[in-house]
Design a protein around this ligand. Structure first.
Ligand code: ATP
Length: 218
């Protein structure tokens, strides 16, 4: 379903979010106070507007409260980033996603009403480090400090067994969400699903459980 997004701050992160949402078929209003940044996105989003978001009247005139989600991607100017988040909250925006520079900044954003706080640089660094150390790990999404979803390649050590035999849930508290063998994808595989070496497993588990699983499949 087509959704209405607004992205405030068109640095590398904000511009990338805005362009991707637009390419995915959604309506995207992109806002920046820098003319050049707005020019760069013109024609690549639904509407690109030069405006200072650090101004309540400007936000009102953009009809910001009518958007499904507003992304605050102002970076270095932490004060503007927080104040814009506060104003969006006050104007009744349903879902605010704000980019934080560090943990403390993130805590403040959550306190003032951001529904989701993202740390793109930190998360990309963590992802890259994991990928560099483990060749079996294809991707990772951290859902919370405790839970993650991982995409891992099955090695011969765990391949050629059924999920029931592997018993990952009882041993490591790991749930297998999907299995991919070539082009064939099995969603929510049952106990009799067989895992072959080089199959891709999408698993959900706790930090500890995933650490233990990775030790076994290396
Ligand atoms: P990135 O890493 O995504 O490139 P950054 O973290 O370095 O960005 P900045 O470049 O400081 O972040 O900010 C992102 C964008 O936000 C900039 O293009 C800047 O012009 C814009 N911006 C800053 N303050 C405001 C404001 N009050 N209203 C609208 N846009 C703003």
């Amino acid at each position: 379903m087509k959704k209405q997004f607004a992205v405030i701050g068109l640095g590398r992160f904000g511009a990338s979010v805005a362009k991707t949402l637009y390419q995915m078929g959604h309506d995207v209003l992109a806002v920046d106070n820098c003319e050049a940044k707005v020019q760069e996105l013109t024609g690549r989003v639904t509407q690109a507007i030069q405006a200072d978001a650090h101004n309540e009247e400007v936000l009102k005139s953009l009809g910001i409260r009518n958007f499904d989600t507003v992304v605050v991607a102002i970076g270095t100017d932490i004060q503007a980033n927080i104040l814009v988040t506060v104003m969006l909250k006050e104007q009744g925006v349903r879902c605010i996603v704000a980019k934080a520079q560090n943990e403390l900044h993130g805590k403040v954003l959550a306190k003032v009403g951001a529904d989701k706080v993202v740390y793109p640089e930190r998360d990309m660094g963590v992802r890259l480090a994991h990928n560099l150390v483990s060749t079996n790990l294809l991707d990772q999404i951290q859902l919370s400090p405790e839970y993650s979803i991982l995409e891992v390649v099955a090695t011969p050590r765990i391949g050629n067994q059924t999920l029931g035999k592997l018993n990952l849930r009882a041993k490591y508290g790991i749930n297998v969400l999907a299995l991919k063998n070539g082009d064939q994808v099995t969603v929510s595989p049952g106990a009799d699903a067989a895992i072959h070496p080089d199959d891709i497993m999408v698993v959900l588990g706790t930090k500890k459980g995933i650490e233990n699983l990775m030790k076994v499949i290396q």
